[in-house]
Ligand binder design. Structure first.
Ligand code: KIV
Length: 259
């Protein structure tokens, strides 16, 4: 059965943890889906992991549409969520409606994710939800604001923590179906998780969220540098390096192909 936003809320109530990972192409998405990942995020981190940019800012809507379509074609079960890229939704609610509408219509993904929880954005979320577009929020460290926040942990003063809690509550009230909590203290993530009816999905936010998300390139050991909170379950860079070197050696030494 395909995963829906409603299903994620039911899992929160049942205490069943939600698994989420990012994907940027067909092959990776198919492996994640068949392995049972609940939510596949076409994150704008693909700007860095797949396109070689140093931040998420340069990725365009057209690029996100291209990657999201290929991911969507691979997935039968997981809920597929696509990030709206930097400056494709912040100008106005009108712009956000136009962008999110294109993402759902042109890629087939079921939901969008946007970063932040300031008042104008809360209005935008409410309007997107009103027209039938499921929205996932994202608070704490929001990489599209890297030039203001850096990649530092957020919410570690009482005022900053209170602000993030308020943003999360307002996103829920606006109709978001889930919220990513990125790089905030575990105690704050736990407090937000208990306060909200909708699920929280943490990344660098400790073990007390309703689910966890990681960037798949970090999980597979494909990135040269991963954030301190990520875990590599494989060292695929080294494995690919070894395979390619062996292939080159075999071709040069006329061992491949065999007669
Ligand atoms: O773009 C992304 O990969 C994300 C995750 C870090 C949650 O937003």
């Amino acid at each position: 059965m395909a995963v829906t936003p409603r299903q994620l809320s039911q899992w929160k109530q049942q205490g069943r943890s939600i698994t989420a990972l990012t994907a940027w192409d067909f092959a990776i998405a198919q492996i994640l889906d068949r392995a049972g990942v609940d939510l596949i995020l076409v994150g704008d981190s693909l700007a860095m992991t797949a396109l070689g940019y140093t931040t998420t800012l340069p990725v365009t809507l057209e690029e996100m549409l291209y990657h999201a379509s290929s991911v969507r074609r691979a997935v039968d079960r997981a809920l597929v969520v696509c990030d709206l890229p930097f400056m494709s939704y912040q100008e106005s609610t009108q712009q956000a409606l136009h962008t999110a509408g294109r993402v759902l219509k042109e890629t087939g993904v079921q939901a969008v994710k946007i970063e932040g929880g300031y008042p104008a954005l809360i209005e935008t979320v409410a309007r997107l939800v009103q027209v039938g577009i499921p929205v996932m929020g994202h608070v704490g460290l929001t990489p599209q604001s890297v030039h203001q926040l850096g990649y530092r942990q957020q919410g570690n003063s009482p005022e900053a923590g209170k602000r993030i809690l308020t943003e999360a509550i307002e996103l829920e009230q606006a109709g978001a179906f889930a919220i990513v909590l990125e790089h905030i203290p575990p105690e704050l993530a736990s407090q937000i998780t208990q306060k909200l009816q909708i699920p929280t999905v943490g990344i660098g936010a400790g073990p007390h969220c309703d689910g966890q998300v990681l960037v798949t390139a970090d999980v597979l050991g494909l990135t040269e540098k991963k954030p301190p909170f990520a875990k590599a379950y494989l060292n695929l860079r080294a494995d690919i390096d070894q395979a390619v070197r062996t292939y080159c050696a075999e071709v040069r030494e006329h061992q491949f192909p065999e007669a």
